[in-house]
Design a protein around this ligand. Structure first.
Ligand code: VAH
Length: 317
């Protein structure tokens, strides 16, 4: 039976992954951990919770030993926009935290899942249908930590036989917990603003394509890869995964099908626009489909319908 420790469990992915995994593996077998206890009551009250600062390896080891953990899902990370504002903090947390998790996993025989990102690609990467194996020269500190993390995970697998796996997530869209300082966050905020104010001012300019994914598909991808037959895996860390690629005008048009009076204008943020311009327009996710049956269910139309329905309830509109 899996005993799973999730770091960053009160963040955008973690707050939903904890509940998703508790439904599959049992509440007591999924230990949520976070640097603070400030977040989802559902997570805090439905199963074990520990305060863990991933920069303190003893706290990770104590949680692993206390619950006899055999699987670590490492999500604690600083995202792209916050990372550009605080590059030293981003390097320290993203690399220091991952290193500590891999060392604890090595010493305790744990497997590891940790996500990379489309941010691991840069301006010299082929932009359309970006291949699984290609040039990776990211131009953001976040992207540098992601490609470095991919290489560190490959090293721990090859050198120490730590069963570590990961995906390159695109922008993740969800209604439970807001994202924490990314570049793709506009694709979440637009839904909140459409319901609250029927208008949105985008900080990403028209025509800027980025890969995106609805959270239900992301949660399924994590568990599918964790449970995949290792003999099928030709890659391990950082499978390209995507569900859709769109630019601001396309998501606005889809919202207008539900809220006809919705209007969008632009006030472009040069920093986040520069980050977005350095990323791919679309990924080739064929390796994930071939090696562990990746198969997303939500496209832009289905995601928009569900997001607006769920947010109308959440926002009492
Ligand atoms: C960010 N949402 O914008 C994250 C993600 C692909 C982007 O890594 O930084």
């Amino acid at each position: 039976m899996r005993k799973i420790l999730i770091t960053g469990a009160l963040g955008q992915i973690g707050s939903e992954l904890v509940m998703y995994m508790r439904n599959i593996y049992g509440n007591e077998n999924v230990i949520a951990s976070n640097i603070t206890a400030d977040g989802s009551k559902k997570v805090l009250e439905s199963g074990p919770f520990e305060i863990v600062n991933v920069l303190n390896p003893q706290q990770i080891a104590d949680a692993v030993n206390k619950y006899k953990v055999n699987t670590i899902v490492h999500l604690a990370s600083i995202l792209s926009a916050v990372g550009e504002a605080n590059p030293v903090a981003a390097w320290n947390l993203n690399m220091g935290g991952l290193f500590n998790v891999l060392e604890v996993a090595k010493e305790n025989g744990c497997s590891v899942f940790t996500p990379s990102s489309i941010a691991a690609f840069g301006p010299s990467t082929p932009k359309d249908k970006t291949p699984q194996d290609t040039v990776q020269r990211p131009s953001t500190m976040y992207g540098i930590t992601k490609v470095s993390g991919e290489l560190l995970c490959d090293y721990y697998f090859k050198r120490f036989n730590v069963d570590v796996r990961g995906v390159r997530f695109p922008g993740l869209i969800s209604y439970e917990t807001l994202p924490g300082g990314g570049t793709t966050d506009y694709a979440v905020h637009i839904y909140y603003e459409a319901i609250k104010n029927k208008k949105y001012t985008s900080y990403i300019k028209e025509g800027t394509y980025m890969d995106m994914m609805y959270m239900p598909d992301a949660l399924e991808a994590i568990v599918k890869l964790i449970e995949a037959d290792p003999k099928r895996l030709k890659h391990r860390n950082a499978f390209n995964v995507t569900s859709m690629s769109f630019e601001p005008e396309e998501i606005a048009r889809e919202i207008k099908k539900h809220i006809p009076e919705f209007v969008m204008d632009y006030d472009v943020d040069p920093i986040r626009q520069g980050i977005a311009d350095s990323w791919p327009n679309s990924l080739d996710d064929s390796a994930a489909r071939e090696e562990w049956d990746w198969n997303p269910k939500y496209d832009l139309a289905a995601m928009t319908k569900d997001m607006l329905e769920k947010l109308s309830v959440k926002l009492g509109k």
